[in-house]
Design a binder for this molecule. Structure first.
Ligand code: SAM
Length: 334
C-alpha cells in the first residue's frame, strides 16, 4: 500500500492504527482528536428528509455514538490510554498531537499524556470558548469552554507558524493616534522599570540622553521613515501603525471562534460537530501543504474536510457508520 494518498476507515481506531502502522509510523505531522469524554450522553445525527411534499422536512434522529461507560472513569481512562499509546509512534519528529476534551476528564488525560509524551513535551492547554450562553446553575457556574491539550512529539523540533486573530474593538483601542498614514499607537524605545539596569548605557540621540533600547543606527532609520513620535516634553517613542500589524497574536485562550450554528452552512446535524475555523487554525499553525493530518475520531469529518481544502493529506476513522457516511458526504460536496 505504498501509493495511498488519503484514507477514510470504518472501525475502532485502535484496530485502524494497528493495521496501518506500516505506512503511518513516523509519517504523521498532526493528529487532532476529539474523542468521547465521559459525558454520560448518547449522541445523535439529526437530518431532515428531502422526499415529496408529504415527507420533506421530517426530522430523523439516529444514534451515532454513546459516551456512557459501565466501568466509569477507570474504563474510560483505560480506553484512552491504550489508543493514545498507539498514536504516539505515528508522529513525525516535528509532529504534534492535539486532544480536544472538557472539564470531565481533561486533567486525568493530561496525566496519561504526560507519561506517554514526557512532561517536557507538553506545549499548551488551549481554552476554547465554545458557547456564549452557558446554562444557569444553582451550584457553581455554567461551563463555557473546552480544553485542547497540545503535545509535541519532541518539543525541541516542534514549531508553530505565527498565528494571528483579527483585531476587535478592544485590541484597536490603543491605536488612538492618527496621522496622514492612519491609526497608530506608541511603543517605548527607552528602557523602563526593571529594564533600566545600571549596566544599560545611556547615550545622546537627537538632543535627548536616555537608556535607549535600540542602536543609534536603528533609531536613525526609524527617524528617516517618519516612525518616531516626539512628545511635548521631548521624549521619543516609536509609531506602530494598525495597518502594519497582522492582527493580534493568538494566545492559549481562543474566544474568537464560534460554535457551529443551527442555520450555518457547515452544520451537518452531527451533535458534537466542531467548527471548521477551529481546525483551520490548528492545521495552519502546525502543518504545511502535503503533510499528513490524522483524526481517528472523525465524527462528521471536520478535520479531514478542512485538511483536504488546505492541501494536506489525511487519514481518518470512526466506529460509527453514520459518522463515516456524513464525512464521505462532506468530502464529496467539496
Ligand atoms: C466528539 S465526536 C467527533 C466530532 C468531530 N470532531 C466533528 O467535528 O464532527 C467523537 C467521535 O468518536 C467516535 N468514536 C468513539 N469511539 C471510537 C473508537 N474507538 N474508534 C473510532 N471512533 C470512535 C464516535 O463515533 C464519534 O463520531
Amino acid at each position: 500500500m505504498s501509493d495511498w494518498k488519503n484514507l477514510i476507515l470504518h472501525g475502532d481506531c485502535l484496530d485502524v492504527i494497528r493495521d496501518h502502522q506500516g505506512i503511518l509510523n513516523g509519517q504523521v505531522r498532526l493528529i487532532y482528536i476529539d474523542p468521547p469524554f465521559l459525558s454520560g450522553t448518547d449522541y445523535t445525527l439529526k437530518t431532515r428528509s428531502r422526499g415529496d411534499s408529504q415527507t420533506a422536512g421530517i426530522l430523523h434522529e439516529e444514534l451515532t455514538y454513546s459516551d456512557r461507560w459501565k466501568g466509569g472513569l477507570e474504563e474510560y481512562l483505560d480506553f484512552m490510554r491504550i489508543r493514545l499509546e498507539a498514536m504516539r509512534p505515528l508522529l513525525r519528529k516535528d509532529g504534534s498531537l492535539w486532544v480536544h476534551l472538557d472539564w470531565h476528564v481533561s486533567h486525568y488525560v493530561k496525566i496519561i499524556l504526560d507519561k506517554i509524551f514526557g512532561y517536557s513535551n507538553f506545549v499548551n492547554e488551549i481554552v476554547w470558548k465554545r458557547t456564549n450562553s452557558p446554562k444557569a446553575q444553582s451550584k457553581g457556574f455554567g461551563s463555557q469552554h473546552d480544553v485542547i491539550l497540545l503535545y509535541a512529539a519532541d518539543a525541541t523540533k516542534f514549531k508553530t507558524h505565527p498565528t494571528y486573530r483579527e483585531h476587535d474593538e478592544r485590541s484597536r483601542k490603543p491605536y488612538s493616534y492618527k496621522d496622514e498614514k492612519g491609526r497608530f499607537r506608541l511603543i517605548e524605545i527607552e528602557a523602563q522599570g526593571i529594564q533600566r539596569t545600571e549596566d544599560r548605557k545611556q547615550f545622546e540621540w537627537r538632543g535627548r540622553t536616555a537608556p535607549y533600547l535600540y542602536r543609534k543606527e536603528t533609531l536613525d532609520e526609524w527617524w528617516s521613515a517618519g516612525l518616531i513620535y516626539t512628545s511635548k516634553n521631548g521624549r521619543y517613542t516609536k509609531k506602530q501603525y494598525l495597518a502594519d500589524v497582522q492582527g493580534v497574536p493568538v494566545s492559549d485562550l481562543w474566544i474568537d471562534i464560534y460554535p457551529v450554528q443551527g442555520a450555518s452552512k457547515e452544520n451537518t446535524g452531527f451533535l458534537t460537530q466542531k467548527p471548521e475555523a477551529l481546525l483551520e487554525r490548528i492545521i495552519a499553525s502546525s502543518t504545511d501543504p502535503e503533510d499528513i493530518v490524522a483524526d481517528f475520531f472523525a465524527g462528521s469529518g471536520t478535520t479531514v474536510v478542512v485538511a483536504d481544502r488546505m492541501n494536506r493529506r489525511w487519514v481518518t476513522s470512526d466506529l460509527s457508520e453514520a459518522a463515516i457516511k456524513v464525512t464521505k458526504q462532506r468530502l464529496s460536496n467539496r
